[in-house]
Structure formats: C-alpha cells, structure tokens
Design a protein around this ligand. Structure first.
Ligand SMILES: Cc1cc2nc3c(=O)[nH]c(=O)nc-3n(C[C@H](O)[C@H](O)[C@H](O)COP(=O)(O)OP(=O)(O)OC[C@H]3O[C@@H](n4cnc5c(N)ncnc54)[C@H](O)[C@@H]3O)c2cc1C
Length: 445
C-alpha cells in the first residue's frame, strides 16, 4: 500500500505556506494516524479562529473576522472544493440562472481576504483541548465557529434501513444540501415527461421554509410552458403554506390550477421509495417521480461537537443549544454555532428562519463578538434580520417575499415581527436579484 504522493504534497504545502490551500477531498490512506498529525501549526502572537463549514454562515464569518481584526489567524475548513449556493438554485433548476451564477471560488476568496481555506472533512472535536480533528490532521484554536448546515433525518422514515435512505437520496433527492443532488434533481425535472411528481415537505423547522413552494411553482410553470401532461403534488404536514400563505395559495389556485395539487395536513407515515408509494395522514399517494424531503436536523458537525440540546425527556432536540443572544454553546463560551444548525432562541417564535440571509448575519455578528473578545472588550448583543424573495410566476416573471425583523423586549426575550408581501410583482424580481448580488458581494466580493 502506497502513500498518495499528491495528497501528501498538498498537506505539507499547507503546513509550509499557511495560506489558502485546496486539498483532496478523500482522506489519506488509513495507515497514517491523522489524529496525531498537526494540520497547521499555531501562528506565534496570533489568536486562531477555526471556522468549520464554508457555507453561508462560515464564509461570512471567515471574511468578517479578518476584516474586524486582521491580526487574527482565521482558518476555514470545508469539505467541498467550490461554494454552491442553495439560494437562487430553484431558478437554476429551470435554467433562469446558470451554474456560474451559483458557484464561487473558495481559494480566490480566502486569498483576497487573507484567511486560510483548507478543503478537508471535519471528523471530530476535542473541545476540552480546543482541537478540531480532520481527515488530514488536527488543528488547535482559541475560538471555534461551527456553521454545520443541516442533515436529512432519514432515520425518522426508515429507522436503520440504510439501503432505503441511500436509494431515496440517489433516486429522489431533496437537493436541500449543496452537492451532486442538485444535478440529479435537475436531470429528473428536465426528463419529466408527465404523470405525478410528488414533493414531501419536511415538518418545521426546516431549511428555508418558503423555498419548497417556490420550487413547486417553478416546476409547475415549466410543466405548463412545455405543455406536459403532469402535475406537482405537494404533501405538506402543515395546514397551509407558510410563510407568505396568501401569495402561494393565490399562485396555486390561479396560475397552476391544473399543475399543482396542494395537500395540507399530510403527515408522513410511511415512505416506500422502491415501490414509489407514500402513506400519509391525508391519504396514500403513488408517484412517477418524487422529491422526497426527509425531516431536517442540524448538520453532522454540530452532533460531533456535542452541541445538540436535549429536551425534557433527555432526548436530542436535533439542533444546537446556544445562548440566544451570543450564539455560543451554553456550556462553552469559546464555541459558537451559526446559521441553520442553531436551536431554539425565543419562546415567541422558537427558531430563526433557517435562511442564508440569517446565516450571513450570524457570521458577521459572531465575527464582531470574537474580534471584540480578542481585543479584551465585552461584546454587545446583536440580532439578525431576514429577507426572502420567492419566484412564483414566469409569464410574466414575478416574485413574492417575506421580511422578518427582530428586537429584544424588556424581559430580554427576542421578538420577531413578520411582514408578508403576498402580491406578486415584477419589481420584486429585480429586488430578488439585487439581494443575491448584495449577499454574494458581502461573502465573496
Ligand atoms: C432550494 C433552496 C432555496 C433557498 N433559498 C433561500 C433564499 O432565497 N434566501 C435565503 O436566505 N436562504 C435560502 N435558502 C437557505 C440557505 O441555503 C441556508 O439557510 C444556508 O445555506 C444556511 O447556511 P449555513 O452556513 O448554516 O449552512 P450551509 O450553507 O449548508 O453550510 C454548511 C457547510 O458545512 C460544510 N460541511 C458540513 N459538514 C462538513 C464536514 N464534516 N467537514 C467539512 N465541511 C462540512 C458543507 O459542505 C457546507 O458548505 C435556500 C435553501 C434551499 C435548499
């Protein structure tokens, strides 16, 4: 058995240069004990922040940490070679935007803003030692930021039947995590020649609550435009679409009467991907094609970090237990969790919307907290906002939207105000693209 020379050189280059480095995604051969192999030595005189996950939260944190305090040594660990944006990806599914529009270079961004990007798999955490374990070795930190995103809880449907989970992921992907699933789903939509395309919506909380309805509208618009004899059946465990209820209901009823069948209160009881059958509390459904969205939970890194909260019965809540205002773990002031993985923050609304807009804001907020603390200052609590545009019509091209604002009441509780823009307009499409430009600019520009 041989050591892969290319992988070895990539890793040793990282140690020497200490700048932006891409490494092979696959782990080194097993005879190397990566647990004892330092990925990057500490930099003398600099506090190190390790950011785990280069999604919407992680890239925002890494850039803004350097901008707030150029003297921090910031290292971002991410398994993917390029950034792929889930926001705007529904439009990509039906070719309104192309792949270039959704992808960004991690290497160029890290170089530009002076942080280190290492393409690697985070495999574990030793928080008592302030150490992250990766497929290529360990790295020590002063502060840790985890932007873990989500995982699909297929176990809720299939128990420990991994074959059913793997088959579902391969054949009927949800495409709610940025990777090859998006390409598979796009092919499925393009090759859809008719019949019933069933979408199962996850129960709340889940990533980007309005986006499954946007996806349904855009697929329905394509079915209508291409005169395909088919329909999208939305199986929603809720009583009605949320948020932007009226805007979506109006679109289903008036734009896609023949292309969308909306089924409320359809709680999943059984999914049989092999026989294309779904049993729900609102009836049984067979499908020709499907987008099977299992329930969501915080991404695996949050579990590996021991960040998941427990409910009254001692069972895992599925989401990270953080201080609502400062986003650090309740048992660890130096470990922050940002973005979708964050658990309940308020008795009024429970979870922040699991949105890229919020993850970006969390990244910036936590970057300020850490820069303040590294400078010996006490950080002041800050809150995100949220803004989300959803395309529902192609002829003419029109969006609806939802905005959220947050404030802290006199009891110290975070309060959410929600504003739905239900009336679809072409102007909101312009705002939608302006929002994306602003966000990509903030993370990569
Ligand atoms: C179809 C769709 C449409 C959406 N539309 C919008 C929208 O219009 N507006 C909006 O605000 N939001 C939208 N969202 C939601 C948005 O994508 C998420 O809220 C956002 O990505 C959350 O950011 P995050 O940093 O928490 O997680 P992510 O962006 O998922 O980042 C997590 C990162 O961690 C990496 N990672 C995970 N595990 C490991 C590991 N072990 N080792 C190394 N790296 C690891 C992943 O590769 C990933 O890059 C949409 C989502 C979808 C699916």
């Amino acid at each position: 058995m041989k050591l892969d020379r290319r992988h070895f050189l990539a890793a040793s280059g990282a140690l020497a240069a200490g700048t932006a480095v891409a490494q092979a995604a696959s782990p080194l051969p097993f005879f190397i004990n990566t647990q004892n192999n330092p990925l990057l030595p500490p930099v003398k005189g600099k506090k190190r922040v390790v950011v785990c996950g280069g999604g919407w939260g992680g890239v925002s944190a890494a850039k803004h940490l350097k901008q707030n305090d150029p003297n921090l040594d910031v290292v971002m660990l991410e398994r993917n070679p390029v950034f792929f944006s889930c926001p705007m990806s529904n439009k990509w599914l039906i070719d309104i935007v192309n792949s270039d529009y959704l992808t960004h270079s991690y290497l160029k961004t890290a170089d530009k803003f002076g942080y280190t990007y290492i393409q690697t798999e985070v495999t574990g955490f030793e928080r008592e030692k302030k150490r992250v374990l990766t497929a290529q070795g360990f790295i020590d930190y002063d502060y840790l930021v985890i932007g873990a995103g989500i995982r699909y809880n297929y176990e809720a449907w299939f128990g420990d039947d991994r074959r059913a989970a793997a088959y579902t992921k391969a054949h009927f992907p949800a495409a709610y995590i940025p990777n090859a699933e998006h390409y598979q789903l796009k092919r499925g939509i393009q090759e859809f020649t008719g019949g019933d395309l069933v979408m199962t919506l996850p129960p709340p909380p889940h990533r980007c609550p309005p986006s499954p309805y946007e996806r349904a509208c855009l697929i329905a618009a394509k079915i209508k435009r291409d005169k395909i004899k088919g329909r999208v059946i939305i199986l929603d465990p809720k009583e009605s679409p949320r948020p932007i209820t009226d805007g979506f209901q109006e679109a289903f009823a008036n734009l896609y009467k023949d292309q969308i069948t909306y089924v409320p209160k359809a709680v999943i009881k059984e999914v049989d991907p092999f026989n294309k059958k779904i049993v729900t509390s609102a009836g049984d459904f067979r499908f020709d094609h499907s987008i099977l969205m299992a329930p969501h939970q915080a991404g695996e890194m949050a579990w590996k970090a021991g960040a998941i909260g427990k409910n009254a019965d001692g069972k895992p809540t599925g989401w990270a237990s953080v201080d609502p205002l400062f986003l650090n773990l309740k048992d660890d002031p130096d470990t922050y969790v940002i973005g979708d993985a964050v658990g309940i923050v308020s008795p009024q609304f429970n979870f922040y919307p699991k949105a890229g807009h919020v993850a970006n804001a969390h990244g910036k907020i936590v970057a300020r907290y850490i820069a303040d603390r590294a400078a010996g200052k006490t950080p002041k609590a800050d809150l995100p906002d949220n803004l989300c545009f959803m395309m529902v019509n192609l002829d003419p091209i029109q969006d609806i939207a939802v905005r959220f604002k947050y404030h802290i009441d006199e009891k110290g509780v975070i309060i959410q105000d929600q504003f739905d823009d239900n009336f679809r307009t072409e102007e909101m499409v312009v705002e939608d693209f302006a929002w994306a430009k602003r966000m990509y600019g903030d993370m990569f520009g």
